[in-house]
Design a binder for this molecule. Sequence first.
Ligand code: ZN
Ligand code: ZN
Length: 226
Amino acid sequence: MAKFSILQTFYASAVWRNLRMTLILEREGRCERCFTISKPEDIVGHHKIELTPENVHDHTISLNPEKIEIICRRCHDEEHDRFGKRKAKTVYLVYGPPLAGKKTFVRQQMRRGDLIVSMDLLYAAMSGLPEFDKPDNLFQNVIGLHNQLIDNVKTRMGKWSNAWIVGGYADKFKRERTADELGAELVFINASREECYSRLAVDERLQYRQVEWRGYIDKWFEQYRE
Ligand SMILES: [Zn+2]
Ligand SMILES: [Zn+2]
């Protein structure tokens, strides 16, 4: 099996190494951030658009001199916050009623390399089924992995940048205790009961489960305490 990831293979390729060296020579070994001159081995070709497995094959991004900065190691470490100087890992506890748009919010706010802990997403990953189709018999396994991840977040284990814990957390006591234990900032995704109902009514994934889901929405609002 492949020993290197797609990105590692790209950075090791002759075409990238040649381009990087060409740019260093053209730009006279001068860091474009702090203007110090360094030896080529201490200079990094930094992609202004972060490379991902999806865009690395797009040469207008990965091999485009206009999208590559030549910067010294120190400035590059700072750019990527290699030593976590800028800020420590931030943990967010994102809560609110069913169908309020919590995961959508997280997807808009998160950065590549963040960690998401969500029962819905774990269920989908562990069952191979579409989101919201959650077989009861898998509950113990899903909650087991969920709690394991919560533990990882608590101890800041791993190299993730920020973590997003997503759930209903209607119960004030449980919500605040969890946030406390995790050192998390609370983020409330607000939606009225009527807004949740109307989202449910148009959600194709739930078109045959309207009664069940109205029940989940009602339950959240009954339990919820500010
Ligand atoms: Zn520099
Ligand atoms: Zn970089």
